[in-house]
Design a protein around this ligand. Sequence first.
Ligand code: FAD
Ligand code: MLT
Ligand code: ZN
Length: 477
Amino acid sequence: FGSASTKIQRNPLFATITSDDISHFKELLGEKNVIQDRDRLLTANMDWMRKYEGSSQLLLQPRSTDEVSQILKYCNSRHLAVVPQGGNTGLVGGSVPVFDEVIINIGSMNNVISLDKVSGILVCEAGCILENLDSFLANQGFIMPLDLGAKGSCQIGGNVSTNAGGLRFIRYGSLHGSVLGLEAVLANGSVLDMLGTLRKDNTGYDLKHLFIGSEGTLGIITKISILTPPRLSSVNLAFLACKDYLSCQKLLQEAKRTLGEVLSAFEFLDSYSMDMVLTHLEGVRNPLPPSTYNFYILIETTGSSESYDKEKLEAFLLCSMEGGLISDGVVAQDINQASSFWRIREGIAEALMKAGAVYKYDLSLPVEQLYNVVNEMRSRLGPSAKVLGYGHLGDGNLHLNISTPEYDDTVFAQIEPFVYEWTSKHRGSISAEHGLGLMKANKIHYSKSSETVQLMASIKKLLDPNGIMNPYKVLPH
Ligand code: FAD
Ligand code: MLT
Ligand code: ZN
């Protein structure tokens, strides 16, 4: 099915699992953490989109850094390839085996280690689920600096390994800024303690950044230290309609200028995305009266003064309405209404899955250019496909999704390489926040020079000379 059909050969240098290996792992981890059960392996072999499927016979569940270290040391000496798996919500085929790689999931390593209530620095094991961390922090007066639709399943280790962006990026920035330290285990089992809890530390190369966004190809992240902002009491959410893309851009400009310090999300979806959600998700309705709006925008503000923030948002909305930037809009009156607005935006990926086949692209582009690729794709494909544009407009990140009843090579040939060439021509990135995984390993040249890719390959070779860590992913085959 299209992009997943990359033809690759299993690396013959990798060994295959023997009964001695199984005995070794059972001795190391205990019987119940060495999973060979067919149903559990079926789930672990298949990605969230049901697009990529491996044939691993073994899932390991270590409970400590030492166990991760011993597993990797053994696999390295035996030339057994491995795939680190978190919540398995990745969207580029990076979290599942391609062939028979051993799956290592550190979901049992899910303890909070410490929270410094003065600085907001949280230290935790990498298997913690994002939503659990956010709930823990809510009780302590803090908030995770990232939020995404997959929060109920994804692990913070997976988030850091993909350098996930999400819905709060516009306010709190990249994980390259918030992650202060890491503990990671290399392929040979050595444990790198980079678990600093300092905001400033210029002692030599900052190696943790290599692991942020490395998608499990350089080592397994086992612990994380992350700066969490204070949880502010006043949150407002507006759901707005715009008649055209130019109005969306102007609204973004205005929001940045006038909402400034309280702006915490600026998300958009087009009417095709709205239709997709309304058709495929139960209990979802458009909060605005049926009309012919082309675009919808969610603007969230987060601040510390209820009256001041509300006044600010209302003045902004009034001015934007008078100026014709907004055609209609509604502000959530309570937390339930706010979550029903978020459900529309966060539910698009799920709705697309229910609709059939989906060709998924995650592009960074200059905001003025961003929607042109959606229009061009629509005219290329005609009525044979539904072309959706949505995403993190405030960060210049478009999710271009093409939905068809089933995967179709003729449609695929119309999409690729066009979408990558278009992005490269406009100096965009072919992966804004999802990573390269298996899907785009061979496409890296559209966004990176060959010298850069060569240096990446040298770093990979240095850290993982046998290439056992998540093979076939990220770097070209
Ligand atoms: P997995 O999917 O299990 O793994 C992802 C990659 O990280 C794989 O390459 C894997 O090998 C590696 N990995 C996982 N854990 C470790 C570890 N401990 N050490 C080393 N490597 C590891 N992404 C965004 O950026 N923004 C969004 O808004 C967003 N929204 C999403 C919404 C939905 C509904 C879904 C399904 C996905 C979304 N994603 C989004 C994509 C996805 O990247 C994130 O969900 C998340 O960061 C992946 O975390 P995970 O624990 O599921 O990792
Ligand atoms: C989102 O922003 O909704 C996610 O990145 C998932 C997707 O791209 O579909
Ligand atoms: Zn996204």
